[in-house]
Design a protein. Structure first.
Length: 183
């Protein structure tokens, strides 16, 4: 990743970290190199990351990142405190989104949270220009599938979740959604 990619990643993580509870057990979908787990630091009890671009497993002090795609690749146990998807949901085809939401529900403990960031539609054009200028790597930009941020509430609007928080950041170019498992 280039410096600008890392800056954007840190800005997303800063938004999400506000909603990760202390002593959390966190599943990070799109975990890359485990940067979110490292940012959580001492508040992380255990982390399980899934990263489709990894070829091998990465083991950290209190976390592991495995290669694969969620929800096929996921931890065997349930009762997690949070599932994070930072700049991930827009890469999931519409046909796979119901299974993704169902897997989040199954893995979370009651009161557990799904913490999601998704870009505004205009971001695709901005990222394409930044990638053309070689300022960013623009990881998997071709997989955005024309995702609409408002669809996030439809995907997780099924029984068993309630919208806990919704906001915009980075000059309105990104959205943060936090859903809580209610049952």
């Amino acid at each position: 990743m280039k410096a600008l990619d890392r800056l954007i990643q840190r800005m997303r993580m800063r938004q999400a970290l506000r909603f990760v509870p202390a002593k959390a057990r966190v599943i990070d979908v799109g975990a890359h190199e485990g940067e979110l787990f490292q940012a959580i630091g001492e508040r992380l009890e255990r982390g399980f990351g899934i990263e489709p671009l990894r070829q091998t497993e990465l083991q950290g002090d209190r976390f592991v990142v495995v290669p694969g795609y969620f929800p096929a690749a996921r931890p065997a146990d349930e009762g997690w405190n949070a599932v994070t998807m930072l700049a991930v949901l827009e890469h999931i085809p519409a046909t796979g989104q119901p299974a993704l939401a169902a897997a989040c529900h199954a893995l979370l403990a009651p009161g557990g949270r799904v913490i999601i960031t998704v870009p505004a539609k205009a971001v695709d054009h901005i990222l394409a220009v930044l990638r053309w200028l070689r300022l960013i790597d623009g990881m998997s930009l071709e997989e955005h599938y024309g995702f609409e941020p408002a669809d996030t509430e439809k995907i997780f609007g099924a029984p068993g979740f309630r919208l806990m928080h919704r906001s915009r950041f980075q000059l309105g170019l990104n959205h943060l959604y936090v859903f809580e498992r209610t049952d």
